[in-house]
Design a protein around this ligand. Structure first.
Ligand code: ADP
Length: 609
């Protein structure tokens, strides 16, 4: 296994700043979180003081020879005090979760929205995705820093207040005792912590093992793989893989446990030394008659408590430091600069009836980390209303070209122009409003057919049915159990339907038509269609893209006949361009590829096209 890297990068936000961040989030979202924390601090301090003073006070009362009645009242007062404090503490603890979960979920929603709305290049940037995954982990459950930090901050404050009170108390018995106890408790904490932090220091290694285990588990449960797992007998192989990684995790845990044993032994030795010295000192004072029995008992208990507060403070600080690192990871992610302009860009309103011209001027694009440009110095001017087809082999760069046109990516060199203006100046979300697109990997949400076509709950039914008709899927939608109100997918709705790839593709075409953007982009829109549906789509292509500039990507060269211009993309650039017929006449690469394809399609199918 690869040697784990240690996290050397300095966090942008320090501990105080992260505590202030959490407090301000609670102040804005759920003030009850702060009230409950304050209440818990008060309860913890009150309980420790009551417990500390109960025995010395009783001893003192007995020493003063008070009546049994007075003694009973005194004991009852302490008992009542403790009952009240513990009841309040239990009540508060039972109510901690609600506000804290709310604050965490608010942050989680903020992060999810950011990921949904961030500039598209981030989605293809492994570094960004890794940072997103790390930030997500900070908020996944009650035990992660996004929520657990409240417990640490509350404990730290309780420990600090109690520490101060005990310090004042013990300094009356002699400053040396408090100093010695504090120093030995601190030494014990740091020595133990160094050993105990082994797991934290190796968290990357642990994270990798967890990641592998989760990955294998997820893949084993992935229903998309179910067919392959059965046909290729992949089950035993997956189990073997899981076993191998589970063994790695077991070995890792054993290594950690061995170290913890040493830390525990060290704790015991130092506690013996610390308490031995302090108790010895107190006994000496008592023997010299400098302490009353009540004082002796008070200081005796205070020594134990004092060490507990010191250790507690260091422990809380250690935990808070780790949680603060994680909170900083989250905040740094939330602060990620955007490569595109959104709200700070110039507004761009879609002009009704206007046909747009789009130009790629000397455009190159290289994917992050790639060694060569996918597209290099491409010049392409799409005229207003033009029907452009883009063809080329798999991996030639057709989709990349579309992503550049749609403003999902910005060129690494060169510029994309809309009616002669650099698109980078615009609010990119306004620019996206121009496009009605059907991508190869389409996304539908688990809503109804109507909501998916209309991209929301506000549906213009007449327009929706018109688009379903034009996309050739209206009859299929009518046949669904609840027509256009049928839910898509079964993940959220038990009564949902799973449509075939072809039906989904047509539905996505209807969605694009419903949006009615002035630029239509179709990326392999027939990939999942049967030959009849494919042929129907070609026949009505002009109707589908009426009043629009359109770009059509296909690997079926013959399907480009109905376009005004065909581009053949090869070797990172436009290898050939012209109409289908002129390119055949040219007798170059397009004609050659067309000829090869022709051999693989039946003559009848070609006629259809
Ligand atoms: P086409 O649509 O013509 O099949 P693409 O535009 O999808 O081709 O891909 C062109 C090239 O860019 C391919 O070599 C592909 O491996 C590479 N590529 C595509 N997407 C990414 C990405 N997100 N990161 C790195 N390389 C990519």
């Amino acid at each position: 296994m690869e040697k784990p890297k240690t996290d050397k990068q300095k966090p942008v936000y320090g501990m105080a700043s992260n505590c202030a961040f959490m407090i301000s989030r609670a102040w804005r979202g759920a003030k009850s979180v702060l009230l409950i924390c304050a209440g818990l601090i008060l309860c913890a301090v009150a309980a420790s003081l009551l417990e500390l003073f109960v025995t010395p006070m009783i001893l003192d009362a007995v020493g003063r020879g008070v009546s049994p009645g007075e003694l009973t009242v005194l004991i009852a007062q302490f008992a009542l005090g403790l009952v009240c404090v513990y009841s309040l503490q239990t009540y508060l603890k039972a109510n901690t979760l609600f506000g804290r979960v709310y604050v965490r979920l608010k942050l989680s929603i903020e992060q999810n929205l950011l990921e949904c709305r961030t500039a598209y290049p981030h989605i293809e940037d492994p570094d960004y995705l890794q940072r997103a995954a790390k930030a997500e982990r900070v908020l996944t459950d009650n035990n992660q820093a996004g929520e657990a930090a409240w417990d640490t901050m509350t404990d730290l404050a309780s420990n600090l207040v109690s520490f101060t009170i005990y310090l004042l108390l013990l300094s009356q018995a002699g400053p040396a005792i408090s100093l010695l106890t504090a120093a030995l408790a601190a030494a014990g904490y740091f020595a133990g912590e160094r050993i105990r932090s082994w797991r934290y220091r190796h968290r990357e290694e642990e994270g990798k093992i967890h990641h592998s285990l989760n990955y294998i588990l997820r893949r084993s449960q992935d229903t998309k793989l179910a067919k392959d797992v059965r046909i290729f007998g992949l089950g035993p192989w997956l189990v073997q893989l899981y076993d191998k990684h589970a063994q790695l995790f077991y070995d890792f845990c054993v290594k950690g446990r061995r170290r913890y044993l040493w830390a525990d032994l060290l704790d015991v030795a130092l506690a013996l030394l610390r308490n031995g010295a302090a108790y010895g000192w107190l006994i000496a004072l008592a023997l010299r008659g400098e302490l009353s029995p009540a004082q002796f008992v008070l200081y005796f208990s205070a020594v134990g408590g004092f060490a507990q507060w010191v250790t507690g403070i260091f422990q809380n600080l250690g935990t808070l430091r780790r949680q603060s690192l994680e909170l900083s990871t989250l905040r740094e992610f939330l602060d990620s600069p955007e490569p595109f302009r959104f709200d700070d860009g110039a507004p761009l309103a879609v002009k009704p009836g206007h046909l747009y011209a789009i130009e790629l001027r000397d455009v190159s694009y290289r994917y992050p980390g790639a060694e060569a440009d996918t597209l290099s110095h491409v010049n392409l001017a799409i005229r207003p209303g033009e029907k452009l087809a883009v063809v080329g082999k798999n991996g030639a760069g057709k989709t990349t070209l579309i992503k550049l046109l749609c403003g999902l990516l910005d060129p690494t060199e060169g510029v994309v122009l809309l009616d002669g203006e650099d698109i980078r100046q615009y609010d990119r979300r306004d620019y996206y409003k121009l496009f009605s697109a059907v991508f190869q990997q389409f996304a539908f949400l688990p809503g109804t057919v109507a909501e998916n076509v209309a991209q929301g709950e506000d549906v213009d039914l007449e327009r929706m049915w018109d688009c379903l008709e034009r996309a050739g899927v209206a009859d299929q939608v009518r046949a669904l159990p609840q027509g256009e109100n049928t839910h898509l997918g079964r993940q959220l709705y038990l009564d949902g339907v799973e449509l075939s790839g072809g039906q989904m593709q047509k539905l996505m075409l209807a969605r694009a038509l419903y949006k009615n953007g002035p630029v239509v982009v179709l990326d392999e829109p027939t990939a999942a269609l049967d030959p009849i549906a494919e042929s129907q789509l070609y026949q009505k292509y002009h109707d589908l893209t009426r009043d629009a500039t359109s770009v059509y990507i296909s690997h079926r060269l013959a399907s480009t006949r109905f376009c005004d211009r065909v581009l053949l993309i090869e070797n990172g650039g436009i290898a050939e361009e012209g109409t289908h017929d002129s390119l055949l006449e040219l007798g170059g690469r397009y004609a050659y590829l067309f000829d090869i394809q022709r051999k693989y399609y039946a003559e009848g199918a070609m006629e259809n096209e």
